[in-house]
Design a binder for this molecule. Structure first.
Ligand SMILES: Cc1cc2nc3c(=O)[nH]c(=O)nc-3n(C[C@H](O)[C@H](O)[C@H](O)COP(=O)(O)OP(=O)(O)OC[C@H]3O[C@@H](n4cnc5c(N)ncnc54)[C@H](O)[C@@H]3O)c2cc1C
Length: 433
C-alpha cells in the first residue's frame, strides 16, 4: 500500500458535467444544453456512441411498441437520420447501426448545441462529501485535473461515478453472475438476398467440434448496409465489466472465437454468408450488464408484468426481458428462450420509468442514466437497449437543467414541469397532459 498525494487544478467549472458519451450521456448533454444549462461532457474514447459505436453493437432495438413511438425527442432525431441516411440498414423495426455514420450523428448533435466536450478524458476519481459530489478527477493526455459542477450525470454505463461517490449498487444475480459480454464485429461481402436461419446448423457444427464452447444462443449478424453486417455473435462468460482483467480476457477470447464463427458462417450457414468475412472487431467489449445503481425507486420485474405507471414517469418503454444466459448450457438456453418469448408485450403495451429511478440513493447532486439506472436484474435486461438509454438520458439532462435554472435540489424540482419540458421535446408521456 502506498499513499499518493497530488495537488490538482480545477480546470473547468460548469453547471452540468456529464461523464460518458454513450447514448445516455449524449442524450443527457444535449437535453441539458437545450434547456439552457452550461454543459461539460467527457468521454474516454475518441468518439461518442459508447457500445453502439466503439463496441460495434450492430443494431437498435425498436424505438416503438408497434403503435407508439416511445423514444421521442432526441431518440427520434437519431432514428430519423439513421432511417433516411442509411435505408439499407433498415429491416422491419430493427435499425442496423453503421458505426461510422452513428458517430457523425452524435458529433452533429453535440456540436450543434455548442457543448464543451473532450474525448480521451477519463474520470478516475470522485471527490464527494456527505453525499454531495464536488469535483471529479480526470486523467487525460495533458495530465490529471479536476472538473467542478453543480450537477453530475453518470452516463458511464457501469455507474462508476455513482459507485465511487458512495451510492449503493447491485451486480448480477444472487451469485453475482451477470449476462455474458460479446465482442461485436463488422462483416463485409454479405449477399442479403439469400436469407438464412443463422442458428440452424449449430448442432451439426458442435458435433464437428467447430466451437470451443457449445453456445446455442446466437443473436446473429444484423444487416447494417447493402452488403455489410454487424456480428452480435459469441459470448464471453463471467466477465465483470468493472474489472479490467476480465475485460482483457473477454477481448482475447472474443477475437479467438470470432474465427470459429467465421468458419461456421462460411462452411455451415453458407448461402449469402459463404463469401462474408469480418473486417473489424470492437475496440471495447460489449458489456450487457454490470452495476445497477440503487435509486429512490428500484424498477422490478413486477413493474414489467403490470405495465406499471408512475406519477413521476419520464417516459415509457416496451422491450422484452432479454437476460442472456450466464453459462453455455442447453438448459440455460432453453430457459432463456422460454422467458424471452413469454416476457414480451403485445403491440401498444409499455411500462413507465419513474424519475426516482434516475436518482441514486445517498447522493444529492447526481443523476444516473442508461443501462445502469435503478432496476432489478430482470428489468435491467429490458431497459438496457439504446432507445431506452435515449429516454433516460434525455430526462436526466432535462432534470439537471431545470434544477440549475431554479437553483433547486434534484429531489425538489417540480416533476410536473419536468414532464412538461419532456413533452415539449417529444417524449411519450400519455399519462401527463
Ligand atoms: C453485445 C451487445 C449487444 C447489444 N445489442 C443491442 C441491440 O441490438 N440494440 C440496442 O438497442 N441495444 C443493444 N445493446 C445495448 C446497448 O448497446 C447498451 O446497453 C447501451 O449502449 C448502453 O448505453 P449507455 O449510455 O448506458 O452506456 P455505454 O454505451 O456503455 O456508454 C458509456 C460511455 O461512457 C464512457 N465511459 C465509461 N467510463 C468512463 C469514465 N470513467 N470516464 C469517461 N468516460 C467513460 C465509455 O467510453 C462509453 O462511451 C447491446 C449491448 C451489447 C453489449
Amino acid at each position: 500500500m502506498i499513499c499518493y498525494k497530488k495537488e490538482l487544478t480545477v480546470r473547468y467549472e460548469t453547471d452540468v458535467c456529464v461523464v460518458g458519451g454513450g447514448p445516455s450521456g449524449v442524450a443527457a448533454a444535449v437535453a441539458a444544453a437545450r434547456h439552457g444549462a452550461r454543459v461539460f461532457l467527457i468521454e474516454s474514447q475518441g468518439c461518442f456512441g459508447g457500445e453502439g459505436t466503439v463496441s460495434l453493437v450492430p443494431a437498435f432495438m425498436p424505438f416503438t411498441d408497434g403503435v407508439n413511438f416511445l423514444a421521442g425527442g432526441i431518440g427520434r432525431e437519431i432514428y430519423d437520420r439513421c432511417v433516411t441516411e442509411n435505408p439499407d440498414g433498415v429491416v422491419g423495426t430493427t435499425i442496423g447501426v453503421q458505426a461510422e455514420h452513428l458517430k457523425r450523428i452524435y458529433d452533429d448533435l453535440v456540436t450543434a448545441e455548442k457543448i464543451d466536450f473532450l474525448f480521451f478524458t477519463t474520470m478516475v476519481d470522485v471527490i464527494a462529501r456527505d453525499g454531495h459530489v464536488e469535483q471529479i478527477v480526470v486523467a487525460a493526455k495533458s495530465g490529471m485535473y479536476a472538473i467542478s459542477a453543480g450537477i453530475f450525470i453518470d452516463g458511464t454505463g457501469d455507474g462508476d461515478l455513482c459507485a465511487w461517490a458512495g451510492a449503493p449498487w447491485e451486480k448480477g444475480d444472487q451469485n453475482g453472475h451477470v449476462m455474458p459480454s460479446t465482442l461485436c464485429s463488422m462483416w463485409v461481402n454479405i449477399d442479403w438476398s439469400e436469407r438464412k436461419n443463422q442458428a440452424a446448423e449449430l448442432e451439426r457444427a458442435f458435433l464437428d467440434h467447430v466451437f470451443t464452447q457449445e453456445d446455442r444462443h446466437l443473436p446473429g449478424i444484423f444487416k447494417t448496409g447493402a452488403h455489410t453486417g454487424g456480428g452480435n455473435i459469441g459470448h464471453a462468460f463471467d466477465v465483470d465489466g468493472t474489472n479490467e482483467a476480465d475485460l482483457t480476457r473477454g477481448m482475447i477470447d472474443g477475437r479467438k472465437i470470432l474465427l470459429e464463427y467465421w468458419k461456421y458462417y462460411r462452411e455451415y450457414v453458407k448461402g449469402g454468408f459463404a463469401g462474408a468475412y469480418p473486417v473489424l472487431t470492437g475496440s471495447t467489449l460489449g458489456v450487457r450488464e454490470s452495476r445497477r445503481i440503487q435509486g429512490d425507486y428500484v424498477m422490478t420485474i413486477g413493474d414489467f408484468n403490470r405495465r406499471a405507471s408512475f406519477d413521476d414517469e419520464i417516459g415509457r418503454f416496451s422491450y422484452p426481458i432479454d437476460d442472456h444466459i450466464a453459462a453455455p448450457t442447453k438448459e440455460a438456453y432453453e430457459a432463456f428462450n422460454r422467458e424471452h418469448t413469454s416476457m414480451r408485450y403485445k403491440k401498444g403495451e409499455n411500462y413507465g420509468i419513474p424519475y426516482r429511478a434516475l436518482l441514486p440513493r445517498e447522493l444529492d447532486n447526481v443523476l444516473v442514466a442508461g443501462r445502469c439506472i435503478s432496476t432489478d436484474k430482470k428489468m435491467q435486461s429490458s431497459i438496457r437497449v439504446m432507445p431506452c438509454c435515449y429516454i433516460t438520458g434525455q430526462a436526466a439532462g432535462t432534470a439537471a437543467a431545470l434544477a440549475v435554472e431554479k437553483a433547486q435540489n434534484l429531489r425538489k424540482i417540480c416533476v410536473s414541469e419536468l414532464q412538461d419540458r419532456l413533452l415539449q421535446m417529444g417524449a411519450f408521456l400519455p399519462n401527463h397532459r
